[in-house]
Write a protein that binds this ligand. Sequence first.
Ligand SMILES: [Zn+2]
Length: 262
Amino acid sequence: MKLTLSALIIFTINAAYANVQNAIFAQPITEQVTLLRSIDSSTNIGLIKTSQGVVLIDPMPGDEQLSRLRDTIQSLTYQKIPIRYVLNTHAHSDHTGGNAFFVRHGAVVNKPNNDIVLYKVRSHSSDDFVYYVSQSNVLFVGDVFDTSWHPTFYVGGVKGFTKAIDTILHIGNEQTIIVPGHGRIADKAQLREFQKNTLAWIGRVEALHAAGASTSKIATDPQILSLIEKFNNDKQKHFLPEKAFHRFIKRTVSVINNDKKY
Ligand SMILES: [Zn+2]
């Protein structure tokens, strides 16, 4: 396997994942950007120093976790600097559940920031926002990309998904670090692989469905089994429970049928 420089950097950052404090993991990505994650939640939270103040992306729900998150943030390099701005990649509660907590502590939600470029796409939800921290060359892309689960292109369908990933691929350069909504940080090469595998998955489900195969039949197809394994980035032994696997096939079929209507 050829390791590109950015892949090597990402590997090093992921391997250096440490600094457990009050069950909050803090992973510095650059001097300006830190990735935070609570032990009770898989949501990737971004902490960014900007010229207008500290910005937090996607705080997860749970007051107790949020207090710990706040303590961790204050004990990091930011000291007692308050969180003034909260941004969300989309409206789902695992990404917005902490908004109210930070608003109570003086933050404003989804206010434009001079140091963060905003792109709007439509794939995982009807309003997916991608945030580019240009000074650090770091992108926060929410659940348009997930490195810990199967893809979830349910709102945008094939078109929305393709357009969303193409938009992200055009931002920054080959060294851009991509923070997915959940899972390990990645690079452009990994995102291209994700796009390719997702489209291959949809194509195979479509072919089997058109040939009259049921969900259970699709679930035993060797190509389908090898494609789903491509999303198992952490090589987990029990990656997708059967129920979730069948649901993913069914939802893919609905997306295909829905796409045909337009
Ligand atoms: Zn999510």
